[in-house]
Design a protein around this ligand. Structure first.
Ligand code: ADP
Ligand code: MG
Length: 152
């Protein structure tokens, strides 16, 4: 099941960053946050703001070539995945996906829809979409709670 909990419109990257930072401040550990949206919509900007809210002091970039980047400098560990280049879900188990998802930290996954079959039963989905009719830098951020998923 899926329930939209919030829709936020941002007009520039700083507003997206700030929205994410506030969410990061509330993270307690154990959350799985899936970032969905086309290339260049702002998934990494969101991850950077979220990391700031968690208290991460290192600079956060898309871990495209490493699949996962772990940041330990914040209040809780942050596991930042970018699964864009993943071949299949099996590769995720090889990098220890389950230890992260069921670990103490908070997990952020860019392009999570590509590994939908192995996502946990409950997670938060952040969908970022452009609406060019509202300007080049406009984004609509739809936050949903996904729960009670049927396991495949
Ligand atoms: P993704 O990770 O989804 O591929 P990035 O976060 O790397 O995307 O890049 C998003 C790009 O869009 C950045 O260059 C950012 O400055 C720009 N941008 C413009 N408006 C916004 C906005 N409202 N929210 C987020 N990013 C925005
Ligand atoms: Mg990215």
């Amino acid at each position: 099941m899926e329930e939209i909990t919030d829709i936020i419109e941002t007009e520039n990257d700083r507003e997206t960053y700030e929205t994410a930072r506030q969410m990061g401040e509330k993270a307690a550990g154990g959350e799985v946050i899936c970032l969905t949206g086309d290339l260049g919509t702002g998934k990494t900007v969101f991850a950077q703001g979220f990391a700031d809210g968690v208290g991460v002091t290192e600079s956060v970039n898309s871990p495209t070539f490493t699949i996962v980047q772990v940041y330990e400098s914040g209040r809780i560990p942050l596991y930042h995945f970018d699964v864009y280049r993943i071949g299949d879900s099996e590769e995720m188990f090889e990098v220890g996906f389950e230890e992260y998802v069921y670990g103490d930290g908070v997990t952020l996954i860019e392009w999570a829809e590509l590994i939908e079959d192995i996502l946990p039963k409950e997670y938060t989905r952040i969908l970022i979409e452009k609406d060019l009719s509202k300007g080049f830098d406009h984004r609509r951020i739809t936050i949903s709670k996904v729960y009670d998923r049927q396991s495949n």
